[in-house]
Design a protein around this ligand. Structure first.
Ligand SMILES: *Cc1c(COP(=O)(O)O)cnc(C)c1O
Length: 394
């Protein structure tokens, strides 16, 4: 029996799944509705955010970068300082606490680049829950170090040997596992995507980013920022920063998509910029698709950004005009990676470098009385070897 209504964001979101998944999603929906405002749950979540993740993350005034650019004041929300080095842990800690409340014995997840797999394996190690990560065989080969990390954390990594042996095939395999084992299994999703209730649930756990940032900027500047800038893959770090500012309509929200090798090439993942509304992985949103509605291959220098869909709430924000979505190329992201490292001594993740690159452009067009908050979604240590190879080529 349904007790919760399916969440839509305008025409986007919803649930487009086979019937046998409906009841599984209902169970998650009801648990989420029950526990999200429960004081005991809130208290436990706050405890782990503070003592395990290391929250609140600082809101750092990038004085050197600001001075160099001579425009708006730039603040960095330092999600890179979280345990495991990115924002993803906020979500996996939240979902694992929910899985525990539901009495689930095992957690499954799928991962492409491996970052969500590592964050999931970390949360499962902490709470001693059995963890199985589906990963395309090709991705396992490309991300061998993350496979090792997951195994070290006690997870079982299952290489998926069908299709293109990448993320899409891993999603299919994980869903089959869920349908077969739903009674004792919790499916942990890594971004603000998927069928209802996942986008709403992931936003709930990531909204801590914007809540803290709002308090911190009010303490530092006595007013709200003029701009929020965040990179958009599936859209979880962006929606996490944006959520608490949604009703502050004077605050402009900008999501930055990967233009890869250029929007005039097939090698990008600029879903909101060049996609069309469609249905992918059980929800309606903008999708990069061919004429038959099949998802197109996507690419970005940042492995965490190459997804042909995007969180449904971002699709709604785009159409309603509440947020603006722009693009940054690989080359621009690479420059920002180096620039932030040199000026501030902070090596950003290649994903976050997209937000930094756009923030750098924007700051120069604004006056010193204006304020930008850039979400530094993760640290770049994972990317230095790749950047070394790329810079050597140049
Ligand atoms: C995974 C990842 C992203 C992209 O995911 P969103 O859901 O769009 O936030 C961005 N930055 C980092 C550091 C990541 O690991």
């Amino acid at each position: 029996m349904r007790q919760t209504a399916t969440v839509y964001y305008g025409e986007f979101g919803g649930r487009y799944v086979p019937e046998n998944l409906e009841s599984v999603l209902d169970e998650v929906s009801q648990a989420f509705a029950q526990f999200k405002d429960d004081p005991g749950f809130q208290q436990e979540l706050s405890y782990y955010f503070k003592h395990y993740v290391g929250r609140p993350s600082p809101l750092y005034f990038a004085a050197n970068l600001t001075k160099k650019l001579g425009g708006a004041k730039i603040y960095l929300k330092r999600e890179d300082l979280n345990h495991t080095g990115a924002h993803k842990i906020n979500n996996t800690i939240g979902q694992v606490l929910l899985a525990k409340r539901l009495g689930k014995k095992r957690v499954i997840a799928e991962t492409g680049a491996g970052q969500h797999g590592v964050a999931t394996a970390t949360a499962c190690a902490l709470f001693d829950i059995e963890c199985h990560i589906y990963m395309g065989e090709e991705d396992c080969r490309r991300q061998a170090l993350n496979v090792f990390r997951m195994k070290l954390l006690g997870a079982e990594v299952i290489p998926v040997k069908r299709g293109t042996r990448t993320l899409k095939d891993a999603v299919d395999a994980a869903l089959e596992d869920l349908i077969a084992n739903y009674k004792d299994t919790f499916y942990m999703l890594g971004s603000a995507v998927g069928p209802d209730p996942y986008p709403e649930m992931v936003k709930f756990f990531q909204a801590i980013i914007g809540k803290e940032a709002k308090e911190q900027i009010l303490a530092a500047e006595g007013r709200l920022p003029d701009y929020l800038v965040a990179c958009v893959g599936g859209g979880s770090n962006a929606i996490g920063l944006f959520a608490d500012f949604y009703h502050d309509t004077q605050v402009k929200m900008i999501g930055v998509e990967p233009a890869g090798k250029g929007l005039d090439t097939p090698d990008h993942a600029a879903t909101l910029t060049l996609g069309k509304p469609g249905i992918l992985h059980g929800f309606k949103s903008y999708v990069l698709q061919d004429d038959n509605g099949e998802p197109l291959p996507v690419y970005s220098i940042a492995a965490g950004l190459d997804y042909p869909g995007v969180g449904p709430e971002h699709s709604f924000y785009k159409d309603s005009g509440r947020a603006e979505y722009v693009t940054i190329t690989d080359a621009e992201a690479l420059n920002a990676f180096v620039e932030l490292s040199r000026t501030e001594g902070i090596i950003p993740a290649l994903e976050s470098s997209h937000a930094v690159a756009y923030g750098i452009k924007l700051a120069q067009e604004l006056s010193p009385s204006e304020i930008i908050i850039i979400n530094l979604s993760g640290r770049g240590d994972k990317d230095v070897a790749e950047v070394l190879t790329l810079l050597d080529k140049e």
